[in-house]
Design a protein around this ligand. Structure first.
Ligand code: GRF
Length: 193
C-alpha cells in the first residue's frame, strides 16, 4: 500500500480535493494507495476537521512549540515517517522547509503553487499578476526542491484574468483549478512511486 501524507496549514481545500478524488476514483484499488494522514503545523487549521470526518489520521506539529526551523522540521519528519509515506503532498502548507527536510523526501514531495511557475514564486501571487497586467493566471503542481517554488513541473492550469478582477476574485478562480490539477498530478505520479 502506498501511503500519502498531506501537510496543511489552513482550510485544506486542496487536501479535501485529493481525499475526494482518492475516494471517487478508488485509489486503493486502482493505485494501491491511500491517504494515510493529514498533518498540520497549526492546531486551528480548519482542514483537520474535514480529515477527521473522513476518518483519516490527523496530527498537529505546532511550529510555535519549536525554538528553530530545524527542530520543527526534524519533529515533522519524524511524525510524517510514522506513516511510511510514498508521497508527501504540501497542500496550502505555509512553511518554508529546510534543505534537510526537502532532501529527505526528494522525488516524492509535491506542492501546489497559485501561479504559473516560474512566474511569481513566493507570496501574493494574484495581486502581483494583476499589478503586472497579466491576461492569464493559473496554478502549478511541482516537485519540491531546495529552491522555493521551483522544481520539476508536473501539471499547470490557466485561467483568464477578467476586467476588474480583484486578487480575491482571481484567487477563487485559480483555486477551482488547483482542485483539478493536484489530484490529477498525484494520480499520474502514483504508478511510478
Ligand atoms: C491556495 O491558494 C494554495 O494555492 C496555497 O494555499 C492556498 C490555500 O490552500 N498554497 P488550501 O485551501 O488550504 O488547500
Amino acid at each position: 500500500m502506498k501511503n500519502i501524507v498531506i501537510l496543511i496549514s489552513g482550510g485544506g481545500s486542496n487536501m479535501a480535493a485529493i481525499v475526494r478524488a482518492a475516494e471517487r476514483d478508488d485509489w486503493r484499488r486502482t493505485h494501491d494507495a491511500r491517504i494515510a494522514a493529514v498533518i498540520s503545523n497549526r492546531p486551528e487549521a480548519q482542514g483537520l476537521a474535514f480529515a477527521r470526518d473522513e476518518l483519516i489520521a490527523t496530527e498537529v506539529v505546532d511550529h510555535k512549540q519549536f525554538h528553530s526551523r530545524e527542530a520543527f522540521d526534524e519533529e515533522l519528519a519524524r511524525r510524517v515517517d510514522v506513516h511510511q509515506p510514498s508521497l508527501v503532498a504540501l497542500a496550502g502548507f505555509m512553511r518554508i522547509l529546510t534543505p534537510a527536510f526537502v532532501a529527505r523526501y526528494s522525488g516524492r514531495m509535491l506542492n501546489i503553487h497559485p501561479s504559473l511557475l516560474p512566474a511569481f514564486p513566493g507570496l501574493h501571487t494574484h495581486q502581483r499578476a494583476l499589478d503586472a497586467g497579466c491576461k492569464v493566471a493559473g496554478c502549478t503542481v511541482h516537485q519540491v526542491t531546495a529552491e522555493l517554488d521551483y522544481g520539476p513541473i508536473l501539471e499547470q492550469a490557466v485561467v483568464p484574468v477578467l476586467e476588474g478582477d480583484t486578487a480575491e476574485a482571481l484567487a477563487a478562480r485559480v483555486l477551482t483549478q488547483e482542485h483539478v490539477i493536484y489530484p490529477r498530478a498525484i494520480a499520474r505520479l502514483l504508478p511510478s512511486l
